[in-house]
Design a binder for this molecule. Sequence first.
Ligand code: HOZ
Length: 434
Amino acid sequence: MQTVLNDHFLSRPVSDELFDQAKQVLVGGVNSPVRAFKSVGGSPVFIKEAHGPIITSEDEMSYIDYVLSYGPLILGHSHPLVTEALNNQILKGTSYGAPTKLETELAYLIQSFFPSIEKVRFVNSGTEAVMSAIRLARGVTGRDIIVKFNGCYHGHVDSLLVSAGSGNLTLGVPDSQGVLTEIADKTVVINYNDIDAIEQLFNKMGDSIAAVIVEPICGNMGVVPPLPGFLESLQSNCKQYDSLLIFDEVMTGFRVSPGGAQSLYGIKPDLTILGKVIGGGLPCGAYGGSKKLMAYVSPEGPVYQAGTLSGNPLAMVAGITTLNKLKDKSVYSHINDMSLMLVNGLKDILEKKSIPYCIHHFGSMFSLFFTGKQVTNLADVKLVDTTLFNRFFHLLLDNGVYIAPSAFEASFVSFAHQKEHVQQTLNAVDKSLV
Ligand code: HOZ
């Protein structure tokens, strides 16, 4: 997948030098693989600071940002309200290892957006939330099997690093070494949107399925929506066989609609995984569901799960401030308007240039796939023209626009993006699609 770059792409000497230094002491020079630019080629841009929709590199170049830290920054970088709340909290301490009223406040806020979550447990990342929810599902049902879908990514949880999207897909390594066969064997993978396969699987082994975990709108192979009937079939089979339905809404939560994909499609999962936006840019994840189910979690119940920094006060205040701001309906209407302007503009440019494409767009999250085929699952995603994407990615960078260095990651818009940023982006796209 490594790409040879044409030498006309702009050089970034400071970032290049910093990357060389980083590689001496950090694995691959990064702390999360997708950041290393391996699939698009070249070396990563090192970021110095970020405000609103703009990130600035150590080379003193500015970019309109559609990565937004892979989704959390729905209000934009360094939003004044979030910054002020963090400044206030930091003077009071950064971690207590004891309860605070902030945790209860954020829990109530989450509940107001996600009524299916009657009780919540905060953790430090989406991965940790998924890992805990899987343990809970097995503890509650007394069963082993977890069902997941090709191309969905649920963090780097051992049992789910099978046919995974996100960094695994980007790097072309859908399975990880180091995962015990005994663990991987307990995961059954089927194709996203394959309703027949779901029916067959439940008919065959429904009684051993602890849970089905799904991104209700997939974000980790790019944005891929559920076909009509897909989520409904998961729900009805889980109900029939007493298996739990887990919606991983780490990406879709607060993005595709204020109440996530579950509110958009009117489907109530047993458990929901959240992350990204709920921490307002600080490390935070959560899992939650009915009071009855969550009562299995320690200290109320027998499923153990703990964390020194869980419910960290800085993450809580950033999350509270962000969600309080999202209560203001005009915030969503602005973000969604900007997203629509961008997506419609992209379509016009692609049509004008006769470039085959498929765009999926929900709320403030979208993906552009360079393929003329309708994308409904991982096999379709793999048809995208990655050579065209890689070139587009670098030309966009040269023209001041930052998207994820992967043909398979979603793009995000924030409240800080204004019409002029979107127009500048469209001008850059026009120049970059050559
Ligand atoms: N989990 C993020 C969404 N696909 C990707 C970020 C990362 O792997 O660093």
